[in-house]
Design a binder for this molecule. Structure first.
Ligand code: SF4
Ligand code: FES
Length: 321
């Protein structure tokens, strides 16, 4: 075990743990944001730079500070390391710069984007963004690409985090999707316009931190904050059948996997990630196909968790009269 101090809180973690995972073990606002790292998808991280932190002391043996900010998702802790996240001015300034970079090409179309309310970039922009852009150059634009009848790709919203590529690599049996080209020309595409038709391809929608990949069966039907997320399960031969159904009245508008406070798909009791199959996600919109277990609390810092009545105060008959 090694000792690490993050924002003045000391914790002991296993050797090899990254700074980000050590911070997640502490929890709360000590945890740096992460747009490309996804703990359930090995190999992700190191692309977006939103998780940069300051290392004020490298280790017990060599307590010199690291000169540059480091990516907390891919830097392992050392015994005696001292890390600053929310307590570092440099980190705040830098995160503002990263948001500015991410928004260079990303359109501010939240009012018509289905991801609004669940978008990690929207939240990050709200916390660290500037009120005006300094970017005067032409933004990237793309011809529309069809990637199947269930998933919609808006390439101009993509921040090239590569999470969906990891889903394609690790969850689907026949990968037809990836990033073509490099630098400013890089884009998500399907090889020679092949459509994505794997049983688990819909999970790309759940891992996409922005609105670049959205559910065609839900597009423009409602805003997420108007819907009631309910925990539901069904007997499914392909996946765990444990999902969240988003309801309006008795109607199911969309189905997603169950996600934790970091926006990541939760694990089942057996420790396996509870990815859901395309049949559960896209085809089971009939409430009779699900056993509804009860309301789902959305822990993530998001507009969906706002304006919910949480008080236990009972309204007595007297008050109603
Ligand atoms: S489409 Fe979404 S998940 Fe895929 S690389 Fe772009 S932002 Fe990431
Ligand atoms: S989350 Fe660490 S670089 Fe993206």
């Amino acid at each position: 075990m090694v000792k690490v101090t993050i924002d003045d809180i000391q914790i002991e973690v296993e050797e090899g743990t990254t700074i980000l995972n050590a911070a997640r073990q502490i929890g709360g606002d000590v945890v740096p944001p992460a747009m490309c790292f996804y703990s359930k998808l090995p190999g992700t991280g190191g692309k977006c730079r939103t998780c940069l932190v300051e290392v004020a002391a490298g280790s017990e043996k060599d307590p010199r500070p690291m000169p540059k900010l480091v990516a907390s998702c891919s830097t392992p802790v050392m015994d005696g390391m001292v890390v600053k996240n929310k307590t570092s001015e440099r980190v705040h300034e830098n995160r503002g710069g990263i948001v500015e970079f991410l928004l260079i090409n990303h359109p501010l179309d939240c009012p018509i984007c289905d991801q609004a309310g669940e978008c990690h970039l929207q939240d990050l922009g709200f916390e660290h963004g500037k009120s005006a852009t300094r970017y005067k150059e032409k933004r990237r634009t793309f011809d529309p690409i069809t990637i199947g009848n269930k998933i919609k790709l808006h390439m101009n919203r993509c921040i090239l985090c590569y999470r969906c590529v990891a889903v394609a690599n690790q969850l689907t049996d026949k990968r037809v999707h990836g990033v073509l080209h490099r630098g400013d020309h890089a884009e998500i595409s399907t090889y020679i316009e092949n459509v994505i038709e794997n049983d688990f391809s819909g999970n790309m929608i759940d891992v996409c931190p922005v609105g670049a990949l959205t559910d065609k069966t839900f597009r423009f039907k409602s805003r997420v904050w108007f819907l009631k997320p309910m925990e539901a399960s069904c007997s499914c031969s392909k996946c765990s059948g444990k999902a969240v159904v988003w309801m309006f009245g008795n109607e199911i508008y969309r189905v997603t996997a169950r996600k934790d406070k970091y926006g990541e798909v939760e694990s089942n009791e057996d420790g396996k990630t509870a990815w859901i199959c395309n049949e559960c996600r896209f085809d089971k919109k009939d409430a009779s196909k699900w056993s509804i277990e009860g309301p789902r609390t959305i822990n993530r810092h998001s507009v969906i968790s706002q304006n919910h009545y949480t008080s236990d105060r009972k309204i007595t008959d007297k008050k109603l009269n």
